[in-house]
Design a binder for this molecule. Structure first.
Ligand code: GDD
Length: 330
């Protein structure tokens, strides 16, 4: 039985990937922060339903010793390094901890694998944020990086660390350059979930306002469940190579909001307030990916459309807020 180790297994992608690997017959190990284990109801809500099928290890990305011990104990066949400070806005507020956690964390996991599980295949969660102010649209594996946030910079560093471990130590190490991917399990700080949650709360009378920043920013939004399949496919290839994963279609934040409110029979203009405080010091206006290489070589493609994704998220939040509200009333 193959062993997989997932850092950040309690995040959106980690939870979908864990389910996917369990279905493939893997023994799944995951790393979470100790605080998450102390309060699993709150921190582990995305993986509560599979906790009896996986092995959880408490660990800190900030500690080499911690990563080393877990890699040595598990000796995984595949390692998916997903854990990071992944909120771009916050990376401007605390540049230092974002860079420390994201860069050192990746370095620690890579180094531990090199020392204790050199045959392990390593996946690094790179990001379309690395392209930033890109010189070409759509972006593919050859597009130059021009990151526009400390988060983007940390991902560029992780990308090159991964490349260097592949070239210098012959590790099967690669990066998936994933464009935005969302789901009902998305964190509430990201704009897609902020919108779907607000729509549900407004529809059900729990709230009456949605504050948003730059409505004109365009992103290439896909469904997270599709993207974890691509991560796995990358590690099943004969050679370690980097891949862009995207839908190839970009939509603005305004379009997302308009459609989400529409699904609930509401007019977005009535409830949305533009808040300049939510603008980023340096924004990326458009990100749109060309995943031609993945489509051809991995036979990968998205199964959920933009419209399908927005509907899925709004429906799920309507359901959740309704249940929460009924509970409170009782
Ligand atoms: N979060 C947020 N909140 N974003 C807003 C808001 C708001 O109120 N209003 C407008 N936006 C705009 C942001 O300025 C950005 O242009 C866009 O909505 C998307 O923001 P996020 O959902 O926070 O995602 P992101 O694109 O910055 O980053 C996500 O995708 C990357 C992949 O490209 C994150 O998941 C990253 O971790 C990931 O690497």
């Amino acid at each position: 039985m193959k062993k997989a180790l997932i850092t950040g297994i309690d995040g959106q992608d980690g939870s979908y990937l864990a389910e996917f690997l369990l279905r493939k017959g893997y023994k799944v190990h995951g790393i979470v922060r100790r605080v998450a284990i102390e309060d699993p109801g709150y921190h582990l809500w995305r993986i509560n339903h599979i906790l009896d099928k996986i092995v959880i290890h408490p660990g800190s990305l900030e500690s080499y010793a911690s990563m080393f011990k877990i890699v040595e104990k598990v000796k995984p066949d595949e390692c998916y390094h997903l854990a990071a400070q992944s909120f771009v806005s916050y990376s401007f507020e605390d540049e230092f901890s974002t860079l420390n956690t994201n860069i050192n964390g990746t370095h620690f996991v890579l180094s531990a694998i090199k020392e204790r599980a050199p045959k392990c295949k390593f996946y690094f969660a790179a990001s379309s944020e690395m392209f930033g102010q890109a010189k070409e649209t759509p972006q593919n594996e050859t597009t130059a990086f021009h990151p526009r946030s400390p988060y983007g910079i940390s991902k560029v560093a992780g990308f090159y660390l991964t490349q260097n471990y592949r070239e210098a130590y012959d590790l099967f190490a690669l990066s998936g350059i994933l464009f935005n991917h969302e789901s009902p399990r998305r964190g509430f700080e990201f704009v897609s979930r902020k919108i779907s949650n607000a729509v549900a709360e407004i529809k059900l009378g729990v709230s009456n306002r949605l504050h948003l920043g730059n409505l004109n920013a365009k992103r290439d939004w896909g469904f997270a469940g599709d993207y974890v399949r691509a991560m796995w496919l990358m590690l099943q290839q004969d050679r370690p190579e980097d891949y862009v994963i995207a839908t190839g279609k970009a939509h603005s934040v305004k379009e997302f909001a308009e459609l989400a409110f529409d699904y609930a029979g509401l007019n977005w203009k009535k409830y949305t307030i533009i808040d300049k405080m939510l603008y980023r010091p340096s924004e990326i206006n458009v990100l749109k990916g060309d995943s031609g290489k993945a489509r051809k070589r991995l036979d990968w493609g998205p199964t959920v459309t933009f419209e399908g994704l927005v509907k899925m998220m709004v429906e799920s939040d309507l359901d959740r807020v309704k249940k929460m509200h009924t509970k409170i009333k009782r």
